[in-house]
Design a protein around this ligand. Sequence first.
Ligand SMILES: C[S@@+](CC[C@H](N)C(=O)[O-])C[C@H]1O[C@@H](n2cnc3c(N)ncnc32)[C@H](O)[C@@H]1O
Length: 209
Amino acid sequence: MKTNPWLDIPYSDYENHMDDPKVGQLKVLSAMTRDMLNKYKPRSLFLLGCSTGNGLEHIDCRYTKRVYCVDINKSYLQVLEQRFNSSIENLYLIHLDIQNQCLPSVKTDLIFGSLILEYVDIKHAINNIIPAVTANTTLIFILQKTVNTGFVTKTKYQSLESLSSISREVDEKELENELNFYNISLVHRTETVLNPTKKFVTLTYQAEN
Ligand SMILES: C[S@@+](CC[C@H](N)C(=O)[O-])C[C@H]1O[C@@H](n2cnc3c(N)ncnc32)[C@H](O)[C@@H]1O
């Protein structure tokens, strides 16, 4: 069986690629995570596809008491732990493949995933997220949209090129249908333009009471 390409990408390649001027997404995603934390002030949070913890520097422990970080790549989680274990009170690292394994049924206020759904089967991933959703959970996904360009920008970090075998744009309608099946509805949609060929779409969903 083929291994997931994310397992072969060194964390430094990933971070340098995302911070490369041609990509310029690391700081934007950190700022979007900061804004989301300020807006929702979640007491507990699942961060899906957390990588090495971009954005966790904005966690305010006065509000956020538990943070569950999920990623398929164990070495990313190890780096995240080194960076944030002393500043985040209750930091839980969860090494799993969201396409094939369920989230633990820990109830959180907020489930947040930026640029992860592009790498998984939507139906399986949503099904695996559901055990952690309650009537009070907000779900936020950031998706990348491109116009006339490759999904993964070419930089000198060639290990990222293997991602083209699994990455694709998320069909918003498909995502909405999968979530509607579980009585979870879209409540907000915003766009953040990065450059003429790329933008982020932020989708906020809420379980219906
Ligand atoms: C593009 S990065 C996410 C960027 C990050 N959220 C940020 O704000 O900088 C995608 C992350 O999702 C993780 N990932 C990809 N497929 C996954 C899966 N099936 N299960 C869990 N994590 C996965 C990758 O290892 C990687 O860390």
